[in-house]
Design a protein around this ligand. Structure first.
Ligand code: SF4
Length: 240
């Protein structure tokens, strides 16, 4: 495990560096115990494309909540054909899902923030824990400009919520424009929901397209007022 001083020195060093440099460092230090979390967003596929340049067979996990869009499934097929990656799908425990929907309803997430978080916990967070078992590091496509809970993310973090493993956010300082420039220049596959006005990709019932003037994450859990608009995959404990 990295100490706080070492972590700070690494972040000072990598803050001005390109995402590829962060990934090279992560792969050298942790492969094969490093995995990319792919939630089928544009950023995730950009990272997969970069990772493919630094390691022969990147490890990737995708959580299939059971409520994904067809376009997301199509993208899974596309990336598994294009990249020589070890892509694993993780599903929620069927018993947890059965208990939840039989007790609270198939569309319980619209009833309250608590129910919505329960659904995210069962369909996303618990599978995440299994996907991270045995790993020493994971990689995400989080960017600081995505929303208020992500403004302070570092490129290299200690993930206290997930057993103190390392979390790499190589695109932390990238803008939306940089992500799409990379996609166009490198012919990277992307989720076709973006062509339909979506700016952030999640589950079908909890995601909708946004207007050009709206915040990119305004289409996530749009009916909730004053919630943190997070599913729990990226909760952070501040390391002081
Ligand atoms: Fe459930 Fe919606 Fe969360 Fe998906 S985003 S896990 S459907 S509450």
């Amino acid at each position: 495990m990295l100490g706080k001083e070492e972590l700070k020195a690494l972040n000072d060093y990598f803050e001005e560096k390109e995402p590829l440099e962060v990934l090279k460092w992560g792969v050298e230090k942790f492969y094969p115990k490093i995995v990319l979390a792919c939630s089928l967003q544009a950023e995730d596929i950009v990272i997969l494309d970069m990772l493919s340049r630094v390691v022969e067979k990147p490890k990737v996990f995708i959580i299939d909540t059971g409520r994904l869009h067809q376009e997301s499934y199509d993208l899974i097929e596309e990336i598994t054909k294009k990249y020589n990656a070890d892509v694993r799908l993780y599903f929620p425990d069927y018993k947890d899902v059965e208990d939840m929907v039989n007790k609270y309803g198939i569309n319980l997430f619209y009833k309250s923030v608590e129910f919505r978080k329960m659904c995210c916990e069962i369909r996303k967070v618990r599978p995440l824990k299994r996907a991270l078992e045995g790993m020493e590091a994971w990689i995400t496509g989080l960017r600081r400009e995505q929303n208020f809970t992500r403004g302070g993310i570092k490129k290299i973090e200690l993930d206290e919520v997930n057993g103190g493993i390392i979390k790499l956010n190589p695109l932390a300082d990238w803008t939306w424009e940089q992500v799409w420039d990379y996609i166009k220049k490198n012919n990277v596959p992307y989720n076709k929901l973006y062509d339909k006005g979506y700016k952030s990709i999640g589950c079908v019932p909890c995601t909708r397209p946004v207007k050009p003037w709206e915040h990119p994450r305004a289409g996530r859990w749009w009916w909730e007022q004053n919630s943190d608009k997070e599913c729990g995959l990226h909760y952070r404990k501040e390391v002081k």
